[in-house]
Design a protein around this ligand. Structure first.
Ligand code: ATP
Length: 233
């Protein structure tokens, strides 16, 4: 569903990702880990097409991202949860969710049942539907950002450090929901700094260090590998 082949990126003259090769297969939950500044968000931006790969190739659903364009990802079945949530603060929760839905369906008629599904998955959202998103707590915003990505029933969800800034209790709740979404069949790329939590629910993982993939493997092996732990802890 997602493939990076030998990808380099740079910010002006400064190289960032170097020869990054990674993939997410249908049905997998893959965790991308790495310390601050490793290039995790740059990877997110690269697979969205916001940052252009200078070398190598990015394929989403088997299609070359370079000729696809960021604006077509939603309709292709890709849901995005960017770092910092990026809700529209002056719109209500329901309006934010509507935008997520319309991006996929082109204004389909079935918004209400989908909204209802999201309220079941995120009980905190139902009572907040008419509240403007900018006044939600950080935890509520995190849930709405995930619901906005899920409401169009994407096949692949890419999440950039969604647990950042959440309390331990909310992190647990958030990871439980992520696990449930995966269990119901959605493929997930989870970009995380919280290695124990991320690898705890993932099938496979990659550890990014200074823009390079330093380790990769089954999540359980990475959790128990001393070499991997020394890279991310
Ligand atoms: N637009 C930009 N212009 C110049 N440099 C940038 C830009 N965006 C990111 N960088 C630099 O690229 C490096 C990697 O940043 P990135 O945000 O990808 O790291 P990260 O692994 O997501 O880190 P964190 O966990 O702290 O969010 C950093 O040194 C950062 O300063």
């Amino acid at each position: 569903m997602l493939e990076l082949k030998d990808v380099d990126t740079a910010y002006g003259p400064v190289p960032m990702l170097r020869a990054v090769t990674m993939s997410v297969q249908p049905g997998e939950l893959v965790c991308l880990l790495g310390p601050n500044g490793a290039g995790k968000t740059t990877t997110f931006m690269t697979v969205c097409g916001v940052v252009r790969a200078q070398r190598g190739r990015v394929e989403v659903m088997g299609r070359d991202l370079a000729s696809l364009g960021t604006e077509n990802l939603a309709a292709l079945g890709v849901g995005l949860v960017p770092e910092g949530r990026r809700l529209f603060p002056s719109l209500t929760v329901q309006e934010n969710l509507r935008l997520g839905y319309d991006a996929v369906s082109g204004r389909g008629p079935d918004f209400e049942p989908q909204l209802d599904k999201m309220c079941h998955l995120f009980p905190r959202i139902r009572e907040r539907l008419r509240q403007v998103a900018g006044t939600l707590s950080g935890g509520e915003q995190a849930m709405v950002a995930l619901a906005r990505a899920l409401i169009g029933e994407p096949r692949l969800v890419i999440m950039d450090e969604p647990s950042l800034g959440l309390s331990p209790k909310l992190i647990d709740e958030y990871f439980e929901i992520t696990k449930e979404v995966h269990r119901r069949g959605t493929t997930i790329l989870l970009i995380e700094q919280n290695a124990e939590m991320g690898l705890g629910i993932a099938d496979r993982g990659y550890v990014l260090v200074k823009g390079r993939v330093a380790q990769e493997g089954p999540a359980r092996e990475l959790l128990s590998s001393k070499a991997a732990r020394s890279l991310y802890l």
